[in-house]
Design a protein around this ligand. Structure first.
Ligand code: ADE
Length: 226
């Protein structure tokens, strides 16, 4: 899979991709992430990529040209399945959407900035708009990193333990059950007996029941979905 990220400040993302599980994904040729600086596509003297909004009002708007030039140069090389724009008024990112995106071959993610992008790009070029939550961040770089991280860990071979992504919270609309490690007794704080019993079937039942309890208590909305 290949993901191209278009940003006004790609340096913000560089270190993240060099120091996360995504580095291993890249080394194993499972996921390639490419960062593109939108300023490199500006024809203006000082490489600006934003301008005042028509009709007046506070805040700058990202211009069509540098974004479109960058996207078109990428599209000359390959076909893209989605051109995503990160924005607080997009569709809320959830595990189901992440699962679907992880099956794509080539994706572009455009990081929003300032007041947003010229609406005509949203009408004609963007195929999907994603919000990571009902709050406003200063830019789309963190949302892009979150989207790529969530996708990357689902690609077979990226995580060492293949089964662990499947048992995550939110897969099957359930939160994950509690987990414990050694020591079994930490100054009187004891691990539930059942987990030490070696009885695989009973352990699985216990985990399912704990997951259900936790979901009922913390995210009952998940149990109402389809
Ligand atoms: N840009 C600013 N805030 C955002 C959010 N909540 N989700 C996605 N992109 C954003």
């Amino acid at each position: 899979m290949r993901i191209d990220i278009l940003s006004a400040v790609p340096d913000l993302l560089q270190s993240f991709f060099e120091h996360s599980i995504l580095k291993r994904a890249n080394e194993r040729n499972l996921l390639e992430v490419h960062l593109h600086n939108l300023h490199d596509y500006s024809a203006k003297k000082f490489k600006q990529i934003d301008d005042y909004q028509f009709g007046g009002g506070a805040g700058m708007v990202m211009c069509i040209e540098p974004i479109l030039k960058c996207i078109e140069s990428l599209q000359k090389e390959r076909r893209y399945d989605e051109i995503i724009f990160t924005t607080p008024d997009g569709e809320l990112l959830e595990q189901k959407m992440v699962n679907t995106l992880s099956l794509k071959e080539n994706i572009i993610i455009l990081c929003g900035h300032y007041k947003g992008i010229d609406e005509r790009l949203r009408e004609h070029i963007i195929t999907k708009e994603i919000s990571i939550g009902s709050y406003v961040l200063s830019g789309g770089e963190l949302p892009a990193a979150i989207i790529v991280d969530a996708i990357g860990r689902l690609i077979p071979g990226v995580l060492n333990d293949e089964t662990s992504a499947l048992s995550d919270s939110f897969q099957d609309n359930m939160l994950a059950p509690p987990v414990y490690t050694r020591p079994a007794d930490y100054n009187g704080w004891k691990v539930p007996e059942i987990l030490l019993s070696g009885h695989e079937k009973k352990i699985e039942e216990w985990r399912n029941q704990q997951a259900l309890e936790r979901t009922k208590q913390r995210r009952p909305d998940l149990l109402q979905n389809d």
